[in-house]
Design a protein around this ligand. Sequence first.
Ligand code: KG4
Ligand code: ZN
Length: 353
Amino acid sequence: MQKATGDITILAIESSCDETSAGICKNGKIVSNIIATQKVHEQYGGVIPELASRAHMQHIVPVTEAALQKAGCSKTSLSAIAFTQSPGLIGSLLVGSQFAKSMALALNIPLIAVHHMQAHVLANLIDDPQPGFPYLCLTVSGGHTQIVLCESPLTMTVIGETIDDAAGEAFDKSAKLLGLPYPGGPLIDTFAKEGNPGRFSFPEPKIPGLDFSFSGLKTSILYFLQNAGAGNIYKQELTATEDEKRNFIQQNLPDICASVQARIISILLNKLKKAAVQTGIRNICLAGGVSANSGLRAAFVETGKKEGWQTFIPALEYCTDNAAMIAITAYYKYLAGQFADLKITASAREELQ
Ligand code: KG4
Ligand code: ZN
């Protein structure tokens, strides 16, 4: 196997869920990041694993070719191939991992396996200004919600995480209850901009330590719609008909979205404040798909000013799933000589550590 001596140029493949992405990192700088989003799932209200795998198979070659072209790189100039090894949908991961392994074998260059959640945390190292170490990262995605203590690019510990739903699921499931299509997170964000976040109050769960819980929020929204739709906001009668609920949602959608979003944000930021106090760390980052939420971004920056934090948020294209974050992580693994054997397999679930 050849290890490059000059430029370090890494092609990375991300295929853990419903985004097929290829990106290139040259000497620690991202020079391309191509993302093909799978629209096929919208009509089903969630990601259908089998359809995701098939779409990855269709997209992976053109997306990789586009990434090479945008970066002005040839395959033979690559120093290593990286891929998302875990966690994710196994069929989706298999498409990316087999593709990456084949390329590494054919080009006779090293293979680098990357943990998707580690990559979300390191998305903060793509652009300047970068956080100094140690930093805390609140990673909020469709499948995970974690507070990670990051001591160096390759040394990180999860110090808090959700015990049930992830923050992205809280957004998507709330949106579903409101009759909005999948993925509902960005739609709640849009409607919330026009709404009053103080109009309706949803309960904040009392979970000890730095862990989160979002499943109760979904239940409280369900009951709220059944009460409020029948004009019984403060009673527990649950008597609204489907038509009444629909009308109530239609008349109050921006206020409901703003109130739900405000509660999700307060749950997240209250735990992040607690983590900052407990660790004494003042470099604080956001990461993951939900960090694209405009309300969370604004509240995070505002909280940072009050608490005396240095705050960092990746550019939008590096918040949702993307190969650039896999490429930057692979760059640090390359420097540390952390290569994978071609026998490595993808894994649906693997803890960060
Ligand atoms: O990190 P990501 O792209 O994929 C996973 O690894 O899960 O996160 C996807 C999640 C979805 O739940 C989606 O609804 C949410 O991120 N999301 C948002 C916004 N944009 C994406 N949630 C709220 N507001 C947004 N603007
Ligand atoms: Zn993700």
